[in-house]
Design a protein. Structure first.
Length: 705
């Protein structure tokens, strides 16, 4: 009986445009109408359906399914309904009392009626959400709507937004994308409110027509401040190169500019990044390496970065660096050219703006790697550099320097250590320009001898794999010609310390220095401890050299590290870096302390002392508490601190944060900053987008928070 029914149904559906297999417990036929009852199954290349009963019209090629209809389409749609009507000529489907889930977008929809064709899914009297079906945290109820199957964009009319069972917002229309794939269209908007900026609306638009590039536009409106647009063009122009171009402009209202005393009414800038590891190899094939790296940033003031909302280019010393690097290297030779351009945002609005900032355009370097000559014991290497230091206002210079180490080295008996003797020659010529005396030149030559002894050991100690190495260097100067000036005076009368320095004291005074390095690994081969210690004695100063010490401890859950440099010359620490990274159960903790002291004399020095901490503790039911602080111990003020509570679920999240911060700005009378403190609320609803509420007070920066 079952086989007879299957054969009849296969014959019936062979007349339709789409091949369909149809199974049931019982089938009857009356004219052109076939009726099936009991465990009805219908499937094709596009869908699979089950129902309690079914009816098929042979003439019209229409299949109707009744009672607990379940349908799965190849597009990832899963539908449960009381009734479904399928037109096999067009593949159009009508449902009543329907529940639909899209497994790719992770959105569900419950509707009074649904009509699905090749282009769209239309719905009436529906509700939609991405939360749990039973008692969702949020959902939207609307009168009608549809989803474009091609763009995966959902349009709904007369929507009412619910949080739990409470209606919170009505709109005549709302649209959003349910697509996770990379494609052209609108991205989720960002909405926020700030007391001084008003409502901020950022609506990104994404263009991704080709695999090789994409383009994003981020127009924004700040109702009390102004409007602007930022954009990013990302590209991969070959399998071995990629980059992006990012730029933007923002126009302040005249009232806001005057209230904040801003220097510029328009903030603008752009940034270019490009990386390529195959350039000359297109022309000359060979066994060598090369790489091109470009990073360039320009802006007219710091608010360009503040308004973009991403301040990674702005560091603690206000200096933004642009660079162009290219090198080509073989086993024997290295050739590189570099350019460095600095934009000091603290100088914007001052007398000379950025014209006094020293630029390095370009640097050219040739290096011959360590090699042997005559016999295996004689060694040499060679290095030469050209620097062009330039700027519009102030002293400029061209520097030519060369270094030539000639040595002899051999292994001691039993090959436990290596001993080497090296004669090092260093020459330097500097041509100054725009000095108060016109063009000037200085020559500087230095020679020094170095005796080095180094060795490495490995073994097992207390059940841990242990590697250990040490090196001892004895240096004695043996020739000197010329000196470099300590200070420079430009034609404009600007006095500054010489930006070109002589060799470090470690090469210009007789001294001995030792370095000890050891590593411990556990039984699984994971690094457990790294320990580095170096120090020595300076015969000229009759005291010890700088002592450098570093310890890194690695555990499964955390890392503890400390590094310090102690100067015996100044009897003080010149650098201390300490920190703790921990991820223990539900706690994620990151604490770091940076201390730096740069001496010109015993009494004249600059000091940097900064503490930073971040913590996040996961609580039950998807809650987390978090906090962070940045404190300047030298200036005795808190640059930023925040604390808050967040709740993260699959379909939505929110965070409540109390925050104090300092943000730089450029005013008509020079660089300044503004404080802000207050409560920040942020909400995110997948896949609709997010909303931020920022209620904060602002004031000029007058010291400690």
């Amino acid at each position: 009986m079952f086989i007879r029914i299957l054969l009849i149904c296969l014959a019936v559906f062979a007349y339709s445009q789409e091949s369909v297999e149809f199974l049931a417990d019982d089938v009857t036929k009356s004219g052109s109408i076939i009726t099936a009852k009991g465990n009805v199954l219908a499937y094709s290349k596009n869908y699979f359906a089950s129902a309690g009963s079914a009816k098929f019209n042979q003439d019209e090629k229409i299949l109707e399914l009744y009672e607990n209809v379940n349908l799965i389409r190849s597009s990832g749609e899963m539908v449960r309904s009381n009734y479904a009507k399928i037109d096999l000529n067009t593949n159009n489907i009508d449902f009543e009392e329907t529940f639909v889930v899209n497994q790719f977008s992770e959105i569900w929809m419950q509707s009074k009626s649904v009509c699905s064709d090749e282009a769209r899914i239309s719905t009436e009297k529906s509700r939609i959400s991405s939360c749990n079906v039973m008692d969702p945290d949020w959902h939207i109820e609307y009168s009608s709507g549809y989803m474009n199957k091609q763009t995966k964009f959902i349009h709904i009319f007369n929507p009412v937004f619910y949080v739990g069972s409470v209606p919170v917002l009505y709109l005549p229309y709302f649209g959003f994308s349910a697509d996770k794939t990379r494609r052209t269209g609108l991205l989720p908007p960002s909405l926020s409110f700030h007391r001084s900026d008003g409502f901020t609306i950022i609506q990104p638009f994404y263009i991704a027509e080709y695999d090789e590039w994409d383009l994003e536009f981020d127009p924004q409106i700040r109702t009390k401040r102004g409007s602007g647009i930022y954009s990013t063009f990302r590209f991969a122009d070959s399998p071995y190169s990629s980059g992006f171009v990012r730029g933007g402009v923002f126009r302040e209202t005249k009232e806001y500019q005057q209230k904040e005393e801003l220097k510029n009414q328009t903030h603008k800038g752009y940034k270019i990044k490009y990386n390529r590891n195959k350039l000359v190899k297109h022309i000359i094939d060979g066994d060598y390496q090369e790489n091109l790296w470009l990073e360039y940033t320009t802006l007219n003031d710091i608010d360009y970065l503040n308004l973009r909302g991403n301040k990674e280019e702005f560091n603690k010393n206000s200096l933004i660096q642009s660079k162009l690097n290219y090198f080509i290297s073989t086993d024997e030779h290295y050739l590189g050219t570099y350019a460095k351009y600095y934009l000091d945002t603290a100088k914007i609005g001052t007398q000379y703006e950025n014209d006094t900032t020293l630029q390095e355009l370009p640097i050219v370097q040739y290096h011959s790697y360590f090699d042997r000559f005559l016999t295996k014991h004689f060694t040499y290497s060679f290095d030469t550099k050209y620097h062009n230091y330039t700027r519009k206002v102030g002293v400029k210079a061209e520097q030519f320097e060369a270094s030539l180490p000639l040595g002899i080295n051999f292994f001691l008996p039993v090959n436990v250590a290596n001993l080497s003797f090296t004669e090092n020659l260093y020459a330097n010529r500097v041509n100054y320009k725009n000095t108060i005396n016109g063009d000037e030149s200085e020559d500087y030559f230095r020679g020094y001898r170095k005796i080095s002894l180094n060795s490495d050991f490995a073994g097992v100690l207390a059940g841990l794999y242990h590697t250990m190495g040490f090196r001892i260097d004895y240096i004695k100067p043996d020739g000197k010609f010329g000196n470099l000036s300590d200070t420079l005076v430009s034609k404009e009368g600007i006095v500054e310390n010489n930006f070109i320095s002589e060799l470090s004291e470690i090469y210009t005074t007789e001294n001995i220095n030792a370095t000890f390095v050891q590593f411990f690994y556990n039984s699984e081969g994971k690094k457990f401890l790294r320990h580095i210690l170096s120090g020595g004695y300076n015969y000229y100063h009759k005291q010890g050299n700088d002592i450098e010490h570093q310890v890194d401890l690695y555990f499964d859950a955390f890392k503890l590290y400390n590094k310090f440099v102690f100067s015996n010359l100044y009897n003080d620490y010149t650098k201390v870096i300490s920190g703790l990274n921990a991820n223990i159960y539900a706690l994620n903790l990151d604490i770091s302390h940076n201390y730096k002291k740069e001496f010109q004399t015993q009494q004249i020095y600059s000091k940097y002392d900064y503490l930073k901490a971040d913590a996040n503790l996961k609580l039950p039911k998807q809650y987390s508490i978090f906090g962070s602080i940045e404190y300047d111990n030298e200036l005795n003020y808190t640059k930023m601190w925040r604390a808050g509570l967040s709740h993260n679920r699959k379909c939505w999240n929110y965070a409540i944060t109390y925050k104090k911060d300092i943000e730089p700005k450029n005013t008509s009378y020079g660089p300044d900053s503004r404080k802000s403190q207050g409560v920040y609320l942020s909400f995110g609803f997948y896949p609709l987008g997010g909303f931020d509420y920022d209620f904060s007070a602002e004031s000029a920066n007058e010291g400690s928070l």
